[in-house]
Design a protein around this ligand. Sequence first.
Ligand code: AMP
Length: 282
Amino acid sequence: MKIHKSSASLQKALLPFLEDCKSIGFVPTMGALHKGHISLVEQACQENECVVVSIFVNPTQFNNSNDLDKYPRTLEGDVALLKKVSGNIFVFFPNAAELYKENIVSKKYNFEGIENEMEGKHRAGHFDGVGTVLDLLFRTVKPNRAYFGEKDFQQLQIVKKLVEIEKLPVEIIGSPIIRENSGLAMSSRNKRLNKQELEEAALIYKTLSEVKGKFKTSTISELNKMVETEFISNSLLELEYFEIAAVNTLKTASTKNKNTSYRAFIAAFIGGVRLIDNIALN
Ligand code: AMP
């Protein structure tokens, strides 16, 4: 499996597929791959004639340099996992100067307000960085379809807006969250947790499941209180936010509207590591 470090090398390898009008699937990642990523790659391989997996820890989407420095980087292990997937897979592993053409800054985007909710509120400039890097990647890879996990649900909605704004001819496909047996959403950041932290972090999904179970019969304010109490009584986990939001706007909901779909979202710290998760409520 060849690892393409430059756009020119990747594009040369993809040329025969473009010329024969064969479909290109694309799975953008930051590496430290796990079964969540691999499920996206498998789906992409089933639905396309070739698949590009990019591995790039994008500096412009991090507002915390410590988080960027400590982000796990495991290229060899990543390639070993990808080799086990059957399909025509190309790995794209650019460095920042190559991808950004020496201009490593974010464009400013207006994603109709979605960028100002939840992750956007707590990670200033995050979605400008996400939009900028995906725009660059989409223009390099020219995929027919690109695959994103619902684990980063807000990001998935942002990407749908991005391709509208930039008029990019790519279909955006969202895929379900892959979890550990404990329910903990798989994440590259889980690699930074010790055994006890991994066990305790399961509270995030346990709480989201409880919220889902009680959503029909409880008010949103009751659910907010319940979640706060659960987290206060855990000494390792620190809740950054819990929100119930309408799926389309991602605006915080304080009351329930009959014809609206809602999801519940959590961001929490454990051992200095920030984890996020979400669940569909209705
Ligand atoms: P990342 O490497 O964290 O940027 O993630 C790359 C892609 O994998 C994104 O579309 C994520 O939403 C997706 N992803 C990460 N973790 C999971 C998971 N546990 N289940 C499904 N998709 C995931």
